[in-house]
Design a protein around this ligand. Structure first.
Ligand code: AMP
Ligand code: MG
Length: 500
């Protein structure tokens, strides 16, 4: 394995060169073999166990590594912080797979950097394992996400409200460029670097955008046309639609959608305070620091629009030197984004109900169901599975035929409407529902239970059993039903935390 260093080549104002700080006793706890294979990493977990512990704790550098802490700013809960940056992460470099896709290899919890402020640069074992479980589950659910390659225990204590065992987690991402990375240069009015960053992001993520230098400029490599900047923005917006719509499909609450935690690639990043919704409620929040419910489940579409408006702010000078002209060009893209999000959302919700193409009345059908689910506290995952299971031609015909006979409940009235809507092709509807609605999600109470066992006993077999089921969330396996239950208390006292 040999790393390249594309981001490093951008120049020193994009990062601080800094080495991971050694740990006492690295021990490889989790290794993502399938991911390693897709990246063409030729390690064997049996033969190279010790070496992997050395590499993925940061004690020994993988060939080609040029470790850096990336610079970025960010709006945190709406408040701008001009200097954040990797305070406990080291980007070692990147690998390019056989398909030609390039992936960042980053250690997290690997020591302090120029950007650590008062932080210790470390990560506790529980949150490292949690990131591994959650991101693997999301990936299998078909949600765009960063992945975890490894978790290595450090043998050192990490001090939070008490000492915890420490760990380093290796994150694989299409890139670690955030909205906050653009903000870092925009707030410093460093237009050259903004152009360089945009060019880099286009080449990494959107090679279909052909870079055409502006005719009126003669300078060297940082050139980029106004149209390139607009096309880039439009491409980023498309990625965010796919991202947020899939979060809403599976009941994921990111919990801390700050602009520094919003990746340009459209990957879910930063699994700190995230959680899964149980019963449907628009306002569901679990993060202990999100007191105003800014990042509640049902607000995520609004927030991504706010975050993308912040990205638009940064791109304005690349679109036109006149701010009014630039605004006039970029604003329609944000309006289109709002429409795309809304359409994408209802199309996805239609799919959850076995509807392949929306017709008039479908949006109402979706909204009426959600109102019932919210009122009756119906479980978001279980209920769609139950609806799919109820689908047989016989059941549908029977239900419609006898609908008028009894005094129907609100739910039965809704079922009659839905059954009538899909009665044309029940088999196709059921098939669509089965691939849209997961049987199993990484439910908070199971995640916490499995993490507690792992941390207390050091025995990871419960975690591996859970992961095996999470890897096939749409298929029934022998163990699936063990993880489908909703928490008995509805997770009413469940709180997640940032700054893990
Ligand atoms: P996060 O809440 O993980 O998105 O982190 C927000 C900012 O705090 C980023 O700049 C992180 O690098 C930094 N940070 C979080 N935890 C630590 C830590 N333990 N030590 C140093 N910096 C940290
Ligand atoms: Mg972050």
């Amino acid at each position: 394995m040999k790393l390249s260093n594309q981001y490093h080549e951008l120049g020193k104002n994009f990062y601080h060169e800094t080495f991971p700080l050694p740990v006492s006793e690295p021990e490889l706890l989790l290794w993502n073999g399938p991911l390693a294979r897709t990246l063409d990493l030729s390690f064997s977990v049996e033969e190279d166990n010790e070496l992997l512990g050395q590499y993925f704790s940061g004690n020994q550098l993988i060939k080609g590594s040029k470790p850096i802490a990336q610079a970025y700013s960010g709006h945190q809960f709406g408040h701008f912080n001009p200097q954040l940056g990797d305070g406990r992460a080291h980007l070692l470099g990147d690998v390019t797979d056989e398909q030609g896709n390039t992936w960042d290899v980053q250690l997290k919890g690997s020591g302090t950097s120029h950007f650590s402020r008062s932080g210790d640069g470390r990560c506790a074992l529980g949150p490292a394992l949690r990131e591994f479980v959650m991101s693997e589950a999301m990936s299998a659910l078909g949600v765009p996400t960063t992945r975890c390659l490894a978790v290595v225990a450090t043998g050192d204590a990490v001090y939070r409200e008490r000492p915890y065992p420490g760990a380093v987690v290796t994150r694989i991402a299409a890139s670690h460029i955030r909205v906050g990375t653009f903000q870092y240069f925009a707030v410093r009015k460093d237009i050259e670097s903004l152009k360089k960053l945009t060019r880099f992001a286009i080449e990494r993520h959107f090679p279909e955008i052909k870079i055409t230098p502006r005719a009126d400029e003669r300078s060297t490599e940082a050139l980029l046309s106004s149209q390139n900047a607009l096309d880039f923005f439009a491409a980023v917006l498309d990625k965010q639609v796919a991202l947020v719509v899939s979060w809403l499909r599976v009941g994921f609450i990111h919990g801390v959608m700050n602009t520094d935690n919003t990746a340009i690639s459209g990957e879910t990043i930063d699994y700190g305070p995230c959680a899964m919704m149980n019963h449907y409620h628009h306002d569901t929040v679990f993060s202990s620091i999100d007191r105003d419910a800014r990042y509640a489940f049902g607000n995520q579409s609004q927030i991504i629009q706010w975050n993308m408006a912040r990205l638009a702010d940064c791109l304005l000078p690349l679109v036109d030197e006149g701010e009014d002209i630039a605004l006039a060009k970029i604003t329609p893209l944000l309006q289109q984004f709002a429409n795309d999000l809304q359409y994408g959302y209802f199309e996805m919700m239609g799919n959850k109900l076995g509807i392949a193409e929306l017709v008039e009345g479908d949006i109402e059908l979706v909204n009426d169901l959600l109102a019932i689910m919210q009122k009756q506290q119906l479980d978001y995952t279980q209920y769609f599975v139950a609806l799919a299971e109820s689908l047989t031609q016989e059941e549908v015909d029977n239900f419609i035929e006898h609908a008028a006979e009894a005094e129907p409940s609100e739910q039965e009235l809704w079922l009659t409407r839905w059954y009538s809507r899909i009665s044309d092709d029940v088999v196709a509807a059921k098939a669509l529902m089965e691939k849209t609605n997961p049987l199993v999600i990484p439910r908070n109470h199971h995640v916490e239970r499995v993490l507690a066992i792992s941390e207390e006993t050091g025995d990871l077999s419960a975690l591996h059993e859970f992961l095996a089921v999470l890897q096939q969330p749409y298929d029934n396996s022998a163990n699936t039903k063990l993880y489908q239950d909703a928490p008995s208390d509805g997770d009413e006292n469940y709180h997640t935390f940032c700054g893990t």
